[in-house]
Write a protein that binds this ligand. Structure first.
Ligand code: NAI
Ligand code: MG
Length: 501
């Protein structure tokens, strides 16, 4: 039986057989050159799910050769955007047809809720492909009105071979947020999924081939960050790197670019996002929103609302209700549809979160609820809320990436702004109030890339999203993301008979 707190184990769920465990290079599944593999784990019980090929520098080298050839001489960047879009839509349809199996892979690998994956993350991945498929034939430059007798125009060209390095918390979302605009632009790709969650990425490689994406256009290298990841970010033949993960590794990716070919990088990094709840809010609704903001995906989400600030008029009522509701939050096997929170992704993350809970206690915060691991097996942690939290405590400064809320009080609007911005991060913020003038005014004062008013984690593929400050730069989602995979070339010619020298 999987570890559980108050949820049921879903022993009846039949897990799919693991079909793809090798690297995907130039349209073929191949072993790593070294022959090395690594174990991928089911966080519900710590058991090994499969052994996966461990790609390293020499495998990355082969993948880059294939991607380079496919970009420099292949048909993908040269076919019409319309044709690329048609193939991407076929790829999306194949994902929908296999949604259940794909969802099971992400959940047995990442401890994610099966129902959410099957009806949310997986179909949304397919829809992201469709969104950018629709943009693929609408990429064009401008005609320039030049000051002399010159005719000028710009071409929007694919940036080239793109390296993509993604984390484990949303294996499918991350894959398609990066791969879809890159494909639409006409780029070729080497993607390294996180070592914790390699399964769905390999399956997507298989579906891409079935859909008709030419060999070499999409290569998947499974393996570790310091080997395969570092080989991608430091390579001279990769034209751009798109990274999502920790601030620490984001810095390494940028350094690797600086000391190799100065490839542009986009970094979507950590966060410590504030949720501001004002006196006029409906307390029950605000509590539900606050719990969702931090416990969704077991707190393993970069935009997690981990710092909750409640105005003093409703603070006591909020604390009481938040404690009650957190206690009834259902933790258990993520294949059970009644469960709200599955296990943390792995032992390392589990231990990191518990260590932060200890910091919170030893620095003098009050543990309102939770704070312990739960279940006999696996990496489950109780939904945890701290009160009496001071802003200089480690639990408020650092990204914990787990189900741990820090609850604080404020009096005035000015104080709310100051507290919201008192962080080195700037990914997202939430505002709960009936006063939309206040919410819109506050939105301009908070330094974060995404503001949610009376909602939270409300993503949409048409909505650009990314960080201010140390949460990184560059935008995923929306048409803005496409820009990251394109570059502009200007072409100038004199008008007929006009002297230009
Ligand atoms: P990480 O940043 O080490 O891993 C993310 C990706 O980067 C993985 O694919 C990994 O293999 C790769 N990577 C690691 N070292 C690399 C290197 N030297 N060069 C190139 N690629 C490399 O994140 P990790 O260690 O899994 O989690 C640590 C913390 O990072 C979490 O507790 C959380 O605070 C934060 N994090 C934030 C995420 C976000 O969505 N912004 C996602 C994952 C983690
Ligand atoms: Mg790491």
């Amino acid at each position: 039986m999987a570890g559980q707190c108050n949820g049921n184990a879903a022993d009846h769920f039949k897990l799919p057989e693991i079909k793809f465990t090798k690297l995907f290079i130039n349209g073929e599944f191949v072993d790593s050159i070294s022959g090395k593999t690594f174990e991928t784990i089911d966080p519900r019980n710590g058991e090994v799910v499969a052994r996966i090929a461990a790609g390293d520098k020499e495998d990355v080298e082969l993948a880059i050769k294939a991607a380079r050839e496919a970009f420099d001489h292949g048909k993908w960047p040269r076919m019409s955007g319309f044709e690329r879009g048609r193939i991407m839509i076929k790829f999306a349809d194949l994902i929908d047809q296999n949604a259940e199996e794909l969802a099971a892979l992400d959940c047995m690998n990442g401890g994610k809720l099966f129902t959410f994956s099957k009806h949310g993350e997986i179909p949304e991945g397919a829809n992201t492909l469709r969104y950018y498929a629709g943009a693929a034939d609408k990429i064009h430059g401008e005609t320039l009105k030049m000051s002399r007798a010159l005719h000028g125009y710009t071409l929007r060209e694919p940036i080239g071979v793109v390296g993509v390095i993604i984390p484990w918390n949303f294996p499918t979302t991350m894959f398609f947020l990066k791969v879809s605009p890159a494909l639409a632009a006409g780029c070729t790709i080497i993607i390294k999924p996180a070592e914790q969650t390699p399964l769905s990425a390999l399956y997507y490689a298989h579906l891409a081939k079935l859909a008709g994406i030419p060999d070499g256009v999409l290569n998947v290298i499974t393996g570790f960050g310091h080997t395969a990841g570092a080989a991608i970010s430091s390579h001279m033949d990769i034209d751009k790197v798109s990274f999502t993960g920790s601030t620490e590794v984001g810095r390494l990716v940028m350094q690797a670019s600086a000391s190799s070919n100065l490839k542009p990088v986009s970094l979507e990094l950590g966060g410590k996002s504030p949720l501001l709840i004002f006196n006029d809010a409906d307390v029950d609704t605000a509590v539900d929103l606050a719990l969702f903001a931090i416990f969704f995906n077991k707190g393993e989400i970069c935009v997690a609302g981990s710092r909750v600030f409640v105005q003093e008029g409703i603070y006591d009522e909020f604390v009481k209700k938040a404690a009650e509701k957190a206690k009834s939050w259902v933790v258990g096997d993520p294949f059970d549809p009644h469960v709200q929170q599955g296990p943390q992704v792995d032992k390392k993350q589990f231990e990191k979160i518990l260590k932060y809970i200890e910091y919170g206690k030893s620095e003098g915060a009050t543990l309102l609820t939770g704070g312990k691991p739960c279940g006999e097996k696996g990496y489950f942690i109780e939904p945890t809320i701290f009160t009496d939290v001071k802003e200089d405590m480690k639990i408020v400064q650092d990204e914990i990436f787990g189900p741990v809320m820090s609850l604080m009080k404020f009096k005035t609007v000015e104080e709310a702004i100051e507290k919201a911005n008192n962080t080195r991060y700037g990914l997202a913020a939430g505002i709960v109030t009936k006063d939309l003038n206040l919410a819109n005014t506050l939105s301009r004062s908070i330094r974060a890339g995404m503001i949610w008013i009376n909602c939270y984690i409300a993503f949409d593929r048409d909505c650009p999203y990314g960080g201010y400050k140390m949460s990184g730069f560059g935008r995923d989602s929306g048409l803005q993301a496409l820009e990251q995979y394109l570059q502009t070339k200007a072409v100038v010619t004199p008008l007929h008979n006009s002297p230009w020298l």
